[in-house]
Design a protein around this ligand. Structure first.
Ligand code: IMP
Length: 177
């Protein structure tokens, strides 16, 4: 039996742009006087974060943390590894985590605990996409772009085996007979 993998556009670049604008408006309302630290989770969030911050017209700082839950392939290993440390001191800061996608929730739950130990003033979460059907631990998303079905997504920063991050649309990978 042979199967090939097809891509389908789930959200095109215009839909993504509209979602990012909506999120930027919500974040502006809540953070414009707080000099927040936007914390991008590498690698998947870098495209989203780059678009988002250019719509935020108030003082803010950006840092990154590298977290990895997937080895290769499309299944989570369940283990979270810090692949790049956060460099900005967190005590007293209003931290806004910027994630590409919340899937099992394990990565986000790990990061929230990691930050809370460092005594921030507050921690909130902005995620481009949420796959609630796959959740293993509860995660509260404060600013959400899209709720997505249980499919493997690529594009707009999301990868499959480190490929496809450069696609401008969010696509799903589907195996076809
Ligand atoms: P979680 O720990 O299972 O919530 O997974 C979080 C991370 O897994 C995300 O930040 C992504 O980097 C990656 N991930 C989860 N689902 C997908 C997907 O559909 N496509 C690409 N990466 C994904």
């Amino acid at each position: 039996m042979s199967s090939k993998v097809e891509r389908h556009v789930l959200f095109n670049r215009h839909e993504i742009e509209a979602a990012v604008r909506r999120l930027a408006a919500e974040i502006t309302e809540d953070f414009r006087h707080k000099n927040p630290l936007l914390l991008g989770v590498l690698r998947g969030s870098f495209v989203f974060l780059a678009d988002l911050i250019r719509l935020l017209d108030f003082p803010l700082e950006v840092d990154f943390i590298g977290l990895s839950s997937y080895g290769s392939g499309t299944q989570t290993s369940g283990k979270i590894k810090v692949t790049k440390k956060l460099e900005t001191p967190v005590p007293g800061r209003h931290v806004l985590i910027v994630e590409d996608i919340v899937d099992t929730g394990l990565t986000t739950a790990f990061l929230q605990k990691y930050l809370i130990r460092r005594k921030p003033a507050s921690v909130k979460l902005c995620a481009l996409a949420d796959k609630p059907s796959r959740r293993q631990v509860p995660v509260n998303i404060d600013y959400l772009g899209f709720t997505v079905p249980d499919r493997f997504l690529i594009g707009y920063g999301l990868d499959a085996n480190q490929k496809f991050r450069n696609l401008p649309d969010i696509c799903s990978l589907e195996a076809e007979e």
